[in-house]
Structures are given as C-alpha cells and as structure tokens.
Ligand binder design. Sequence first.
Ligand code: FAD
Length: 514
Amino acid sequence: YQTLRLILGDQLNASHTWYKEKDDSTLYVIAELKQETDYVRHHIQKVCAFFSAMANFANALSQAEHHVLYLTLDYTQGYADLPALLNSLCGQYGICHFEFQRPDEYRLYEQLHTLKLPSAITIHEYDSEHFLLPYSELMEQFPQGKHILMEHFYRRMRKRFDILMSDSKPVGGKWNFDKQNRNKLKPDDIAEIPAPLIFSNPIRDIRDRLERHQVKTIGTTTDDLLWPVTRGQAIEQLAWFCRYGLPRFGQFQDAMTGKSDHQWSLYHSRLSFALNSKILHPMQVIQAALDAWHDSDGEIDIAQVEGFIRQILGWREYIRGVYWGNMPYYQLQNELGANRPLPEFFWTGETKMACMKAAINQSLNYAYAHHIQRLMVTGNFCLLTGIDPNEVDRWYLGIYIDAIEWVEMPNVRGMTQFADGGIVATKPYAASGNYINKMSDYCAGCHYNVKLKTEDNACPLNSLYWHFLHTHEKRLTRNPRVGMIYRSWDQLTDEQQQKVLNRARYCLDNLDEL
Ligand code: FAD
C-alpha cells in the first residue's frame, strides 16, 4: 500500500469523496483504542454503539471492495496511543502518504496535528464533509469570547441553505414557532406516546473484549444494543421518526412524564448517535423531515417541522461553531466559580427527588435523556448547587450515547452551567421546582413537596433557586432578563429570606442525602 487513511469512530460517513473511487494502493484503518475508551468513563452502550458501528462500517467498505484494516482492542492494546499505532502501521505497510479527516474534538485534532511520522511520509488532512457550515468560516462567525445569538445564526442558515423559505421570507410567516412548543403531556396524550423503534444489535463479543481489557464503564445494557449502528438502521430510525415523532415533535419537545413505558423516548428522534457518528448527514435528516411535512397533506404542521429543523440547522451547527471558536480556552471557563463535587447519586440514581431519579435512572439504563431532562433537570440541579463544571462535563461526556466533546461541552458548560459567562446563553437557565411541575408529572409522586420552600420536605430546588440568585445577585441584576425576578425576592422579609437561605444551605451541606 502507498496510502494509509485513518477513519475515526465518529467519521462513519459513507458518502465521503474518499470512497468514490476504489484504489488498491490505499489502506483504510479503523481502530478500537484504549485512549478513546478511557479519556472519560463512558456508558457501556456508548462504547458498544461506537465499536459496533465502526465494525459495520468497515464491513460495508470491504464489501464495496475497499481495503480495510479493522483493529480491535486485542490488537491495539499494545500501543500507547494513536500516534504509536499509526507509526507502526506506516512502517509495517511501507506507507508513503498518511491521510486523515479533520477531527471534531480538540483532543484528537491536537494529536493528529502534532503527529510525527518518518519524514518521507507526507501527511494530508481532508474535511469530514459532514457539517453544513464550512470549517473555514467558523472562526469568523464565532469570534472567541463573543456571544452570537443563535436565532440570528439560524436565520442566516435558513437563508443560505434555502430551507423553509419562500420568496426570501420564512414559510408560515415566522422564523420560529417555539412558543407553540411548550405543551405539557395530559393523561390522554400520554396514552398516545408511540413505542420507540428499537434494534437488537448483538454486542456480546464487544462486551467480552471490554472486560478482557478492563475498560471501566457506567450504566447497564443487555446483550442486544437498541441503538441504530448501520446506515440501514439509521435510515429506518429516521423514517420512523418522520412518521411517528415529527407530527408532535415541537408540541411536546419540552414535556416530561414518568407515566409511560415510552417516557424516555417520547416524540424525540433519537438520531443524535447516528448524526454524531456521521452515519447520517444533517441535510439528509432535514430533507427527510421536509419531505414528510410536504407529503403529510397538512397533518404535520409547520411548528413541528420548523422546531425540528431548528435543532439541526440551528442549534447543532451553532454549538459546533461555539466550540471551535472558543477552544481550548472554553474548557477552562468557570465564570460562577462553582466547585462542589458531583453527588454520588448521579452514578446510582438513588435520590428522593423524583425528577432527578427519573432523568438519572433513564440515563443509566438507556445512555439517553432528552434535551429538557439534560437542561432543566440534571443541568439545572448542577447549576443551582454549584457543581464544578469539570465534574459536570465529565458526567455528561461519559453517560450519553451521543456525547462527543464538541457538542457536549458548549451545551453543558455554556448552556446549562453558564460557566462560559454568557457565550452560549444570555442568562443562566435557572429554575425552581415550579418549572418541573409545569412541564412534567414528576412532582405528584415525589417525596418532596413542590409548593413548599423552607420546610424539611420542601422541594430542594425551590430554596436552591433563590440561594443561587442571591449568591450571584451582583452579576445577575445587571442582566435585564433576570433583574426583574429579584423583585419577588425583595418582597420577602429578612426573616423569610433567611429561612429560605437556611433550607438551601442545609440542602447544599447534605447533597448526597437529597
Ligand atoms: P431531538 O430532540 O430529536 O433533536 C434532533 C437533533 O437536533 C438531535 O439529534 C441533535 O443532533 C440536534 N440538537 C438538538 N438540540 C441540540 C443542541 N442543544 N446542541 C446540538 N445539537 C442539538 N447533544 C449531543 O448530540 N451530544 C451531547 O453530548 C449533548 N449533550 C447535551 C448536554 C446538555 C446539558 C444539554 C442541555 C444538551 C445536550 N445535547 C447534546 C443536545 C440535545 O439534548 C441532544 O442532541 C438531544 O437530546 C439528542 O436526542 P435526539 O436525537 O432525540 O434529539
């Protein structure tokens, strides 16, 4: 072979120009690596999903008569890291050219950009041909330290890609139907939640391998992995979503329930793994949603399809821009000086707070929680209790099937923890128990009472919420979007305020007991 081409685990893009031509002098390598299983403690389903998807991709390439080397942990464990492995392969196969696709994570980007191979070997980087916004524009569109309004970015993307546009105006007369997307699930709605499409991918061999190499994981799994790990499965999942999820996606996007067997999936697409591993292209997903909308004869309304497209054309591309515009400095941000350790129950689900218990147990069982659980349940809890953002990042980066740093970090450190001081969010997403009660049915069955603030059985979120606002008053009163909230705090007497703060301090001193 003359050329060695590296395919990373999240670069399973079968439509890449690399594969347009068959070339007998090119060897592709896909490798299971200890450095990837161990940089954080991952959910068992996440590691299995990546390894299984990588192996399937290697098979598909081989069937298309490309030359592919799939290396399992059994083979690669002898190498200290990826550069060591690549050096060895280059020597072994007499390689003259090494080629790779630009990694989306800073960690791997650094590693490949500082890669040392024997000087006779040329190194060439390609684009991954996945994202809609070219990499070359990221620094200009997302200057370091600057807040870019997602809504403006999203409108530019709508125009640029001509999505949901008619004569330069947004279809439906509005750019954003978010206000129509805040419904709670009523009992009749709950009965109608569709059973999610799940797959049964055998992962026994992978699990044995992980055990053999002492890879430490979190969460549970069975012998069958339910996530889509081939292109065919991902396309099936997309079709399922367009049929059963999309018609009510926007409407119940922020809703949560503990009363359905399908409470973990609701109307969400669960396409994030297929997208982030690049099995699916974002435009393919957007186009499928648009087609379903056009073909539905009015059954799917604009609010649903716009809400979904905004997540992919807007949020996903925006978050990537924030990451690259601000790394590596972003990972050091801790604007609110948060420094508490993550409570133990994040790893066990053993807490008396019904909302937290549901979100954490579901995450441990499925490696998945939907957006509002991540943002307003676990994320809000960490924000209010001032958990060290490094610990929060590590938990999110490990537990979710779709967690890759470029998308995890701005969502966690930025959107939920406000640790970036407002690069992503203009204000902290802080909420009391009232929000959870408005958007879910968790509170009815909770050990704590959501209507109380100061009593022993008062919902901890209520006092923690005021404690948070009180602690950061100086910074937050300057913010016009938060300032007015302080007026209801100011209406309490000193004694009432003290009682709330005392309850909050008790909760903070006893986080593991909550
Ligand atoms: P759907 O609700 O069906 O949405 C469709 C798609 O839109 C998703 O698959 C995703 O690709 C995209 N999307 C939606 N919201 C966002 C967002 N805020 N940022 C980027 N893409 C978005 N997403 C990840 O892919 N990986 C992560 O590690 C991750 N960590 C998160 C951590 C926190 C604290 C929060 C608040 C959000 C995080 N998200 C992350 C964003 C979002 O919650 C998930 O993309 C979504 O829940 C995945 O489930 P789904 O495919 O069913 O999404």
